[in-house]
Design a protein around this ligand. Structure first.
Ligand SMILES: Nc1ncnc2c1ncn2[C@@H]1O[C@H](COP(=O)(O)OP(=O)(O)OP(=O)(O)O)[C@@H](O)[C@H]1O
Ligand SMILES: [Mg+2]
Length: 496
């Protein structure tokens, strides 16, 4: 608050001082210039008059070649203290008589006159020189030369400077007094307005109001408009708060409803899968018995059909087990303990290598720090991703599968990358939904349940999973265990 008060009033004081000081300096300079001009002209007139007197008094001295009389005439100039020296020259510019104020013997020279019939003068830095022809009955007899110092001008200059300085000082004092008088009526309301604005922006309290100044000026209008604006903001803020609260209530309600529906759905799918298992198991068993016990009594066609029944039964059993596993992933308590993802990745890679030793796959496993989570569930995540990479690089003669970690927005993001067949990320944004596949079972076997399981597990850990891929250029699956900002929820994108 004090900073604002000081700065505005200081600015007003400085402004007043600067304006009055500048105006005063400009007026003083103009007046001084004019005065200099008229004073110089007056000086020339006075010197010219004296030269005229000296000239006419020296006519006879020149006519009768009497330098002494001319010197006497010149000495009358003693009464003018400004005149430093004077001289009479003959028409052919020879020195005839000389006067020097301090009685010296300086030789004076007549400067060349532009027109010898006319008076001429020269202003030098320290003195003024005037030369005038002495003409008698139309004939040029000689010249009067007078040199005056400019002491008077210097004196006036100093006097002016002193006066200007004094007036400037006085005006600055007056300006500061005037501005302090205006502070109360102009600055104080603005400062209190600024204070209210600051408290509104800081505390978001739209109930405060600026105090009207009681004057009828623009500042009062500003205060009034500001208060009106605050009223409107307060009104909208209240509405917004109400809307927000209502929205939150509805979201909470919908979430509750959704959770209940979801739980019911999960329970339903679990019990259906569970209940289906028995009859399917029986069907498989009977089909097995048929194929074993009665194969000889049946013809080839019947045996072929039984074998197909058994294949479909096995597949159905696998699907039911997958569904049951998917349900188990989201149900039940979740552990929270340090898990070494690198160790899990290494164990799975070793297992894969032993399962098909003929395959040439280059595994690159990066060392990562331990994470907090459920070891059993996180094993399922890495297992699914690495097995996918293993499966979708099976056509690749020099396969490469990587597991590593990156940092995004300060959070670790784990990835599994391969150089396999990849997939079209544009047409497939449903990979993470159960039974959604991009490749046929003939091409690559599978049920399309792996990524759905991965997504459920990472989401239970508070993270997300997404992928980047291009057909024929491999795929990278990223997952986090806490959600980084700016990363879309489960999505598939093309690498840029
Ligand atoms: N590394 C990968 N490279 C190419 N395509 C992939 C890769 N991982 C997954 N996909 C695609 O995503 C689909 C879904 O994967 P998901 O793991 O859910 O199912 P699956 O591997 O086909 O079967 P399951 O995992 O249930 O045995 C796959 O069918 C495949 O089209
Ligand atoms: Mg899979």
């Amino acid at each position: 608050m004090t900073v604002t008060t000081k700065s505005i009033s200081r600015k007003i004081t400085w402004m007043n001082m600067l304006v009055s000081g500048t105006a005063l300096l400009l007026a003083g300079a103009a007046f001084f210039a004019y005065d200099q001009l008229t004073f110089r002209q007056g000086l020339v007139h006075a010197l010219s008059a004296q030269a005229q007197i000296v000239g006419s008094n020296s006519v006879s001295a020149l006519l009768f070649n009497d330098p002494q009389t001319a010197a006497n005439t010149l000495s009358a100039l003693k009464s003018s203290p400004n005149i430093e020296s004077a001289a009479i020259f003959t028409y052919d510019r020879r020195s005839f008589a000389t006067y020097l104020r301090d009685g010296g013997i300086e030789a004076l020279n007549l400067p060349p006159l532009p027109d010898p019939q006319k008076e001429s003068y020269w202003f030098r830095s320290t003195h003024l020189i005037l030369a005038r022809p002495i003409i008698f009955q139309g004939q040029l007899l000689g010249f009067v030369y007078i040199r005056s110092d400019l002491r008077e001008i210097d004196k006036r200059l100093r006097r002016y400077a002193a006066i200007a300085f004094g007036v400037l000082l006085l005006s600055l004092v007056a300006a500061s007094i005037v501005s302090s008088l205006f502070r109360r009526s102009v600055v104080t309301p603005i400062v209190s307005l600024a204070e209210v604005a600051r408290s509104v922006s800081q505390d978001k309290n739209y109930a405060v109001r600026a105090v009207p100044s009681g004057e009828h000026d623009e500042v009062a209008l500003l205060v009034e408009a500001f208060n009106e604006m605050l009223t409107q903001i307060q009104h909208r803020d209240d509405e917004l708060q109400r809307g927000h609260a209502e929205l939150e209530r509805r979201v909470a309600e919908r979430t509750r409803e959704l959770l209940v529906a979801n739980r019911e759905l999960e329970a339903f799918s679990y019990s259906v899968s569970h209940d289906l298992r028995g009859p399917v198991d029986a069907l498989n068993g009977f089909a097995y018995v048929l194929s074993k016990e009665y194969s000889r009594q049946l013809d080839d066609k019947a045996n072929e059909l039984i074998s197909r029944i058994r294949g479909s039964g096995r597949r159905m059993m696998q699907l039911i087990d997958d569904l049951l596993n998917l349900s188990r992933v989201t149900s039940g308590a979740m552990l929270r303990e340090p898990v070494d993802l690198t160790a899990i990745a290494r164990a799975i890679c070793d297992e894969l290598k032993t399962s098909s030793p003929e395959r040439k796959v280059d595994f690159v496993i990066e060392e990562t720090s331990k994470v907090e989570g459920d070891p059993r569930l996180l094993y399922v995540v890495i297992d699914n991703l690495l097995r996918n990479s293993w499966k979708y690089t099976s056509n690749q003669p020099a396969a490469r599968i990587e597991f590593g970690v990156q940092t995004r927005d300060g959070l670790p993001v784990y990835f599994v990358r391969d150089n396999g067949v990849g997939f079209d990320s544009r047409s497939s944004n449903r990979l993470f939904q159960p039974f959604q596949r991009q490749h046929s079972s003939e091409e690559f076997p599978g049920n399309g349940i792996g990524l759905a399981t991965v997504q459920r597990i990472v989401r239970r850990h508070g993270g997300d999973v997404w992928a980047e891929s291009e057909i024929g250029k491999g795929a990278t699956f990223y997952f986090s265990l806490s959600k980084p900002k700016g990363i879309p929820s489960t999505s598939v994108t093309s690498p840029s």
